[in-house]
Design a protein around this ligand. Structure first.
Ligand code: 13P
Ligand code: SF4
Length: 323
């Protein structure tokens, strides 16, 4: 049987001590995404969603940022903190969604819509951000789109499920790039219906990158899903919800790494993954051993070309100003 990646694995005591010692010695801060393995989350100074990680990077006074997440997250930190050293413990920690659009493709799309405002989800490369007008995360995508004048055409890259969700909530017509995350695209309306029937009292939490999000919104409109017990949220929004809600059971439609965070934040409550196989192999490339080597050897530094970084920073800072 496969080892559950959301269950904490034992870590040797010397490794924990060394990581803590090196963190002090290097004046480093360890940031971890909610999908990281439990052992890495437990060693981090901050655990959060994409927006939280960008904000934490922007405000830290540490000399070194170790990003326990994927490559675009380390790039975002490097763009926001050009004077700091940003380390990614494994350079193979990529993102299938970010890989669906490159700068040349985006330039070609912009040529087809010369008046379009480009909204780029943070799950994009620095080069794509540099070609964009404003970034967004799953937390603020609706707010970002609402901040754009109504008469402007909007090009939304790269996640088509998040884009459709935002279009529906805001009532705006968006041009959507047909990208998807291979982990979230796998969630089907049938997965959701099966679990909702099995746990009729539970709250349903759905990430807007999920393949089932459009059907969920349709089921909400028809009353087939209870509006008071269905929430479409970013990973950090989900954590906040499980902490504050009176419900005891939650059906969780996103990557399973979040379950560890939920169990810590709301002990005693029950969390049921809508798909147990929703595991991002890129996020799981970061291990405690690699975190240790990263701090010990200063690897792998993520740098962004200064000219690209300057243009990308404008798009990220516009996003932060509406967050
Ligand atoms: P958030 O944590 O910002 O909701 O994003 C999910 C994700 O897929 C990050 O790669
Ligand atoms: Fe990218 Fe999907 Fe993995 Fe998030 S879960 S890092 S969007 S591949």
């Amino acid at each position: 049987m496969a080892v559950r990646t959301d269950t904490p694995q034992p870590v040797q005591e010397w490794l924990v001590c060394e990581i803590r010692r090196l963190r002090e010695e290097r004046r480093a801060v360890i940031l971890a995404h909610n999908y990281q393995v439990p052992e890495v989350q437990d060693l981090a100074d901050f655990v959060g969603d994409s927006l939280g990680l960008a904000q934490a990077a922007a405000r830290t006074d540490a000399d070194v940022i170790v990003m326990c997440g994927v490559h675009f997250m380390a790039e975002t930190a490097a763009i926001l903190c050009p004077d700091k050293t940003v380390l990614l413990p494994d350079l193979e920690a990529g993102c299938s969604l970010a890989a669906t659009v490159d700068a040349e493709q985006l330039r070609a799309w912009k040529r087809e819509h010369p008046q379009g405002v480009v909204v780029a989800y943070v799950n994009t490369t620095a080069e794509v951000k540099a070609e964009s007008d404003v970034c967004c995360t799953s937390t603020n995508a609706v707010r970002v789109v609402e901040s754009i004048p109504e008469d402007r055409e909007i090009l939304f890259v790269p996640d088509s499920f998040l884009g459709s969700y935002v279009a529906r909530v805001t009532g705006r017509r968006l041009h959507l790039w047909m990208g998807e995350c291979h982990v979230h695209a796998g969630f089907t309306p049938e997965d959701v219906s099966r679990l909702v029937q099995a746990y009729p009292e539970a709250e349903l939490l759905v990430h807007p990158e999920c393949g089932c999000v459009t059907s969920c919104m349709y089921f909400l409109a028809t009353g087939d899903l209870p509006a008071e017990r269905t929430h479409i949220l970013s990973t950090e929004g989900m954590v906040r919800r499980v902490r504050n809600s009176d419900a005891q059971t939650f059906l969780v439609a996103t990557e399973t790494g979040i379950l560890h965070r939920m169990r810590k934040e709301a002990p005693g409550k029950q969390f049921v993954p809508v798909r147990e196989d929703a595991v991002c192999q890129y996020m799981k490339r970061i291990t405690v051993e690699k975190l240790y080597r990263s701090l010990r050897d200063g690897v792998h530094e993520v740098r962004v070309d200064p000219e690209v970084a300057a243009r990308a920073r404008r798009a990220i800072e516009r996003m932060l100003s509406v967050s």
